[in-house]
Design a protein around this ligand. Structure first.
Ligand SMILES: [Zn+2]
Ligand SMILES: [Zn+2]
Length: 198
């Protein structure tokens, strides 16, 4: 059992302690501002940061046992401290207590796989990155399953694709979405619709 003399004592909490200390400073400074829209805006900003931070505290049970992960992020997604808490800490990256290693994936992308960095630099949501393929699909098709696997189905006519099951869960690609527009590029039911004559 380690104690406060151990340099690694409570190491996993240092990032959240850092963020909460900076937020407390910011809150104290905001409270000193003259009442008005600038103070309201700053208080609002701090409240939002607290709101985000509160969802990413490392979980500790009633007996004081650390779960070694944040209450929200799975360890594989965020590590300890999680990416959300280290990202919040980065607001104060010039503070002397800031640990450069907290955001290595972003600040030194050459040290890792670079995928976190690339994703974050696109400045887009996951939906934005997928919309080009998904929006045209769901416009005209539904994705369905039967006992033989997943298939596309036209919303307008009875056409459907062949059911396909991935050979393993590691190879889970939605081929039905790729195939729908190739196999059913235009729907006869749509084409045969007579233009309504007045
Ligand atoms: Zn988290
Ligand atoms: Zn059709």
């Amino acid at each position: 059992m380690t104690g406060p003399d151990d340099p690694h004592w409570r190491w996993e909490f240092r990032c959240e302690d850092f963020v909460y200390a900076r937020l407390a400073d910011a809150q104290a400074a905001a409270d000193e501002m003259p009442p008005g829209p600038a103070r309201d805006a700053e208080s609002n900003r701090i409240d939002s940061l607290y709101l985000i931070a509160s969802q990413h505290n490392i979980w500790i049970d009633l007996r004081g046992q650390s779960a070694g992960r944040c209450r929200t992020c799975s360890p594989s997604a965020g590590g300890v401290p999680c990416l959300t808490m280290t990202g919040l800490a980065r607001i104060w990256r010039t503070h002397p207590d800031y640990q450069p290693g907290w955001n290595r994936a972003v600040d030194q992308p050459e040290t890792g796989s670079g995928s976190t960095y690339r994703e974050y630099k696109t400045r887009t949501t996951i939906w934005t990155r997928r919309a080009a393929k998904l929006a045209p699909f769901y416009d005209r098709f539904t994705l369905e399953r039967d006992r033989n696997g997943e298939f596309w189905k036209c919303k307008t006519c009875p056409a459907r694709g062949e059911s396909w099951l991935p050979p393993s869960s590691l190879y889970d690609h939605p081929f039905a979405i790729d195939q729908a527009l190739q196999q059913h590029p235009t729907c006869p039911a749509l084409e045969n619709k007579e233009p309504t004559t007045p």
